[in-house]
Structure formats: structure tokens, C-alpha cells
Design a protein around this ligand. Structure first.
Ligand code: UD1
Length: 362
């Protein structure tokens, strides 16, 4: 494999591609023949959702930004596919590498495969089995037309094997998101909000909610937030608000002295807050992996997860989306009874190295 085209489109993609790019650059500097291009599909475009990640994680400017933007699932998918097809036709490559489970991941895999370009998927094989989530559809479609599968867990290998994937194409390498976390841990820095609110280590929680199923219906979101506030006793809750959630929150008009709504944070500031927090409340998948590695309790407001090892090994618990469940887990946390957890196999900071070594061999 001499030339790889990497695709990134939305916030959780950026921390997954950064260490792979750095490893390719390192190999090139050693004189090994491998090169890359970077395509930003433009699915996320705000500085706080995209630009700041490129800067902080030292990701080079993309070769192209497809500026696909927002829209319905079909519009977004179509825009990405049209832009990527045009790019790929005039920019030859040996392999397209996609990461994660966002719309860009699926859209670009389909385009590449139809142009007879091989595709590798980083974070392949994980399954929530919940088809109501767009990410699950993206995972299923991407993995059904991929050539090479880089996985974060043995469960993912098992899922791929049982769907008929040839075992020689599956590589259990670990988690590139954790490479980024470990590479940047000593650069995390305090956001202004920390001093402004006089926060104290382990005496506040941080919350993120953006799944359509939690935030698109006013009543559902309001009940969840009300219960989180009521059951968290006197602990401040810092809530960096995703653009999708912001629109609905405005309509609900939630206002409570312990709930601090702030803009999305940069990577280094967000993880500073997580690392020093008492706990995280989230419906994100990636954050459950990061809290597991940092040993921070995580309450997941979802009914399922595609990352079971964050529960069986890590610090994550599946609270569910029923507000009635929240109190039990909050009490467990506030009475100091949360489990300790340990770190899943291969989440050691060397995943990108393993991936690039394999790419060179292919
Ligand atoms: C996407 C991913 C999700 C990921 C999340 C992280 C899919 C299907 N979903 O969801 O897996 O966890 O990103 O953030 O790919 N918007 C802005 N500025 C931006 C981007 C979006 O204001 O830079 C607004 C738009 O109004 C848009 C909405 O946010 O309609 C949602 O964006 P979209 O990319 O559709 O999905 P996310 O909810 O961000």
C-alpha cells in the first residue's frame, strides 16, 4: 500500500485519524514508501466542532474539504457521496481508510468500493444492534463492503466473523482514540469556565447529550435533565451543548443554578474537565472509552452500547433512557460505591503504529 486516502467528517473522527496520520508521517521520515491524502467531508464545519480539533491535534490541512454540511440523513449522505466520487476519480489512491460510524464513514466507503478502490475501516465490527440509531446503519453498511477491518475489541472480531468476514482480513489492533488521549494527556488545560465557576477537583460532573433519541423531543429531554438535576444533590453539572441539542434547549428554556450550559469545548479543555470530574453523564460512545481509560465514572443515558467492554471492564454503566433509573446510579456514585474498572486489552497508545505497520504490509 503506497498511498492511503483518509476520510474524516465529524467531530469524533478527528481524534481517530490524528495518530494514524502522525504515524504515516513518521514512517515516511524513516524513508518508508507510504503517503496519504486527507479528505474532510465537511459534515461538521463549526470551528468548535472541527477547526479547533485540527489545530490542537496537529492534523494537517485537508487536501480537500467537500463542504457537504448538514441536512437530512439522505441529503447529507448524497452530498458527501457526490463530492467524494468527484475527488476520488481524479485523485488515484491504493486504499480509502474510514474511521468510526458517522455518515461520512458509510458514504465514502460506498463511493470507494464502487470505484473499485479497496476500503479499510478503523473501529470495525462494533454493534449496538439498535437500528434506530443512524450510526448502527452506518456501521452495518460500512462493514458489509469493506476489505480490511481494524478492531478495538475481540467482541468486534466475533461480530465480524459471525457475519461471514474472512478472519485474515480482521486485525485486532486496539483503539486509536486512546492513542490520541494518551498522546495529549500532558497537554490538557483548564478552560476558563473552571475558574469562573470556582470548580473543584472531583466536585462537579460533566454532561453531554446529543443523540436524536434523547434530544429531539422536548419532553424527553426536559424529563431527563430535570431528573439529573434533582438526583445530583448539590453537585454542579457542566453541560457543553452540541448544536443539535442547543436548538431544542432554547425552546424548553431550562434554567437551574447548578446546571451550567456552555458552548462545545476544544479537545484539550474538554478532557481536562473530564479528567478532574467526579463523573460524566453522556449519550456518546467515544466518551465512555475515554472515561474508562481515565478511570472516571460514566453514566450512559442509552439503552444499549456498541462498546460493551466499557461496562464489563471499564467504569461505564448503562443507566438507560428512562429518567426513573437515574437516581439509583447517582446514589451509587455519590455514596462512593462506583466500581473501579481497568483498561481493555490493546488500548495502550500503540494502535496507530500497529495499523500503519499492517497497511505497509498489505
Ligand atoms: C454526528 C454523528 C454522531 C456523532 C456526532 C458528534 C452521524 C449520523 N452522526 O451527529 O455519530 O456522535 O456527530 O458530534 O454522522 N451542526 C452545526 N455545526 C456543525 C455541525 C452540525 O451547527 O459543525 C448542527 C446542524 O444544524 C445539524 C446538527 O447540528 O443539523 C446535527 O449535525 P449532524 O452532522 O447531522 O449530526 P450530529 O448530531 O452532529
Amino acid at each position: 500500500m503506497n498511498h492511503v486516502t483518509l476520510v474524516a467528517g465529524a467531530r469524533p473522527n478527528f481524534m481517530k485519524i490524528a495518530p494514524i496520520i502522525h504515524e504515516i508521517q513518521r514512517k515516511r521520515n524513516e524513508g518508508i514508501e507510504i503517503d496519504f491524502s486527507l479528505v474532510h467531508t465537511g459534515q461538521h464545519y463549526d470551528n468548535k466542532m472541527s477547526g479547533s480539533f485540527f489545530k490542537q491535534l496537529n492534523i494537517p490541512d485537508p487536501d480537500i474539504n467537500l463542504n457537504s454540511g448538514s441536512g437530512s440523513q439522505a441529503q447529507q449522505t448524497a452530498n458527501i457521496m457526490i463530492g467524494f466520487e468527484k475527488y476520488l476519480k481524479s485523485n488515484l489512491t491504493d486504499l480509502v481508510l474510514v474511521v468510526g460510524d458517522v455518515t461520512s464513514t458509510m458514504a465514502c466507503s460506498i463511493v470507494a468500493q464502487k470505484l473499485k478502490v479497496e476500503v479499510a475501516h478503523v473501529e470495525a465490527g462494533i454493534r449496538s444492534n439498535d437500528w434506530s440509531m443512524p450510526e448502527e446503519i452506518n456501521r452495518l453498511l460500512t462493514d458489509s463492503i469493506c476489505n480490511y477491518f481494524f478492531t478495538t475489541s475481540k467482541t468486534a472480531n466475533q461480530n465480524l466473523l459471525s457475519s461471514g468476514v474472512n478472519k485474515d482480513k480482521i486485525f485486532f489492533v486496539g483503539n486509536t482514540m486512546i492513542d490520541t488521549l494518551l498522546n495529549n494527556e500532558n497537554k490538557f488545560f483548564r478552560p476558563e469556565i473552571y475558574n469562573e465557576l470556582k470548580l473543584k477537583k472531583r466536585q462537579y460532573m460533566i454532561m453531554t447529550l446529543h443523540r436524536p433519541s434523547n434530544v429531539d423531543e422536548k419532553i424527553i429531554l426536559k424529563e431527563l435533565i430535570d431528573e439529573i438535576i434533582n438526583s445530583s444533590v448539590d453537585t454542579p453539572i457542566i453541560f457543553p451543548v452540541h448544536p443539535r441539542t442547543k436548538k431544542i434547549l432554547k425552546e424548553i428554556g431550562i434554567n437551574h443554578p447548578r446546571l451550567k450550559l456552555i458552548l462545545p469545548l476544544s479537545y484539550l479543555e474538554f478532557n481536562y474537565l473530564v479528567k478532574n470530574s467526579l463523573a460524566v453523564i453522556t449519550d456518546s460512545g467515544g466518551i465512555t472509552e475515554e472515561t474508562t481509560v481515565m478511570g472516571i465514572p460514566c453514566l450512559t443515558i442509552r439503552n444499549n452500547t456498541e462498546r460493551p467492554e466499557t461496562i464489563s471492564i471499564g467504569t461505564n454503566e448503562l443507566v438507560g433512557t428512562n429518567p426513573k433509573n437515574i437516581k439509583y446510579y447517582m446514589q451509587k456514585l455519590l455514596s462512593g460505591k462506583w466500581k473501579k474498572g481497568s483498561i481493555p486489552e490493546m488500548w495502550d497508545g500503540n494502535t496507530s503504529k500497529r495499523i500503519v505497520d499492517i497497511l505497509i504490509e498489505l
